[in-house]
Unconditional design. Structure first.
Length: 242
């Protein structure tokens, strides 16, 4: 197992390291390969946003050592101690505000082949550099150089943590839709009443023909009754709109 630490996050890649002798069983190791950190921006950012920036930095770092190693990686796990960041990453980018959506889209693209999981804050080795540590204790820190002890075990035996994500901090994008309803009076395009009544008469006949069987459809010119019905229909429309 290869471990890559990043500011506030870390990644593990599972692979089988076989001994030369064919009789030896596969062994799993947890070893630090590389790490990365970044100074926080001068502009004020909330803690969840800083955690998301750390996940973005990790996604950029993720593929570099994996591609440099001449190993077959079976599965990769990326870890964060922020349940809010996990919720963001698992959701569609267009659901979140612009700052979040842009970074979530990058993370999902760069880490599409990996799985994101949650680690308790007290067990996150990346916190050693984000919170600061003296060189002497860092040089002997097993958490830093070897990672968590249970990482050498099967993934099915890894501890699972309960995540309670506060919905008021998810920063869901607010979508505002403006609807403008306008009433278009088609009668404004006619200068003569007789022509208007005849157009209405043919419209009514078209609707009637669509509803009836082909044998019952009318194809003759409009009769007096048709024109009277069209005039009555138009009068009712004017009365309803006024």
């Amino acid at each position: 197992m290869l471990s890559i630490y990043n500011y506030m996050e870390f990644v593990t890649a599972m692979n089988e390291l076989m001994e030369p002798a064919s009789t030896c069983a596969p062994q799993t190791y947890s070893v630090l390969q590389c790490s990365n950190s970044k100074v926080a921006q001068i502009k004020y950012l909330t803690i969840p946003r800083l955690e998301l920036c750390a996940a973005t930095l990790l996604s950029k770092l993720y593929k570099k050592p994996i591609g440099a190693l001449n190993l077959t990686i079976n599965v990769s796990y990326l870890w964060t101690d922020s349940s809010i960041v996990l919720t963001w990453i698992q959701g569609p980018p267009n659901k979140w505000k612009t700052f979040l959506g842009n970074r979530v889209a990058l993370i999902q693209e760069e880490t599409a082949s990996a799985s994101w999981r949650h680690v308790p804050p007290q067990s996150n080795p990346a916190d050693l550099i984000s919170r600061g540590i003296e060189p002497t204790p860092l040089s002997t820190s097993r958490l830093w150089w070897k990672g968590l002890q249970w990482l050498s075990q099967e993934p099915s035996s890894w501890p699972r943590t309960e995540m309670n994500t506060p919905t008021d901090k998810l920063e869901i994008r607010n979508v505002h839709i403006a609807c403008l309803q306008t009433s278009e009076d088609i009668t404004q395009g006619f200068s003569k009443l007789n022509k208007l009544i005849r157009v209405f008469g043919y419209c009514k006949r078209f609707i009637s023909n669509c509803r009836n069987l082909k044998a019952n459809r009318k194809s003759t010119i409009l009769c007096t009754q048709d024109l009277d019905q069209a005039l009555t229909c138009r009068v009712k429309m004017v009365q309803q709109s006024s």
